[in-house]
Write a protein that binds this ligand. Structure first.
Ligand code: DQA
Length: 160
């Protein structure tokens, strides 16, 4: 099963940007940790980062029929993008939203997520560790899907 990790604008600047909020870790380091976790749990994993809203929408759409779950930090688009929300709803894949900072403790304009209502879960405020928590959560979701598929296959077989 495949997990797609999608990172929004300015997350390529992690390790440089506002370290007091986002910490010193670079995006590549976060992704390396996620890749280790995916390998240990026999998941495929792919990473994508863009500063462009349309590219993020395209990448979410491409997950349809290709990935089994999405972990996304839409960054600033979290608070504005109906297009990203609609794309997540359209593909219908289990999606976990991650925010490094606790958006609910920050400026008022960050306290609204357009994305949260179409996600299975939202993880905020744990720093980069939030991505690891998202991997644990996604493992749980995908294992449930695996078990359900096995059950359905067994039921189908016994009906034949
Ligand atoms: C962020 C929070 C957003 O408000 C902000 O625009 C970001 C990062 C986070 O991970 O905490 O770029 O998504």
């Amino acid at each position: 099963m495949k997990i797609k990790v999608i990172q929004g604008p300015n997350l390529n600047m992690l390790g440089i940007r506002e370290q007091n909020i986002y910490g010193p870790m670079k995006l590549e380091q976060i992704h390396a940790q996620m890749k280790n976790f995916a390998d240990e749990n026999q998941f495929e994993i792919e990473f994508f980062q863009s500063n462009l809203e349309g590219e993020l929408v395209d990448t979410i759409q491409e997950c349809y029929g290709d990935a089994d779950g999405i972990i996304i930090n839409p960054a600033a688009y979290t608070h504005t993008s109906i297009a990203i929300r609609d794309a997540i709803a359209a593909v219908g894949l289990p999606t976990i939203e991650v925010h490094i900072s606790n958006i609910y403790r920050r400026e008022e304009f960050r306290q609204k997520s357009m994305i949260a209502p179409v996600c299975a879960s939202s993880i905020v405020g744990f720093g980069p560790f939030g991505y690891h928590l998202a991997m644990i959560g996604m493992t749980q979701i995908l294992n449930e899907i695996r078990a359900l598929r096995a059950q359905q296959a067994a039921a189908q077989k016994s009906a034949e």
